[in-house]
Write a protein that binds this ligand. Structure first.
Ligand SMILES: [Zn+2]
Length: 78
């Protein structure tokens, strides 16, 4: 499995929407690929921030700002 294939399926991976085999293959790739790992980390942090913000703040106009704040706090350069 190459990096492009991993990145293309990363969102589905994060949502656990792939087959067990595909989940395992991506997991193995991320564990050893320095090129993909930062991308994975970013998307996981992003999804966590969105999920947390939805729980805390149902008002949609606040979500974008809160998500960006959480991502910056997580060390992402936005
Ligand atoms: Zn890779």
């Amino acid at each position: 499995m190459d990096c492009l294939e991993v990145v293309r399926q990363l969102w589905d991976y994060l949502d656990s929407e792939l087959t067990d085999e595909a989940m395992a293959r991506i997991h193995r790739h991320l564990a050893q690929c320095r090129q993909c790992y930062p991308q994975f980390d970013f998307e996981r942090t992003f999804l966590d921030a969105v999920a947390a913000t939805r729980r805390e703040h149902p008002a949609p106009n606040l979500i974008r700002r809160k998500v960006l704040a959480k991502l910056r706090k997580a060390g992402l350069d936005l």
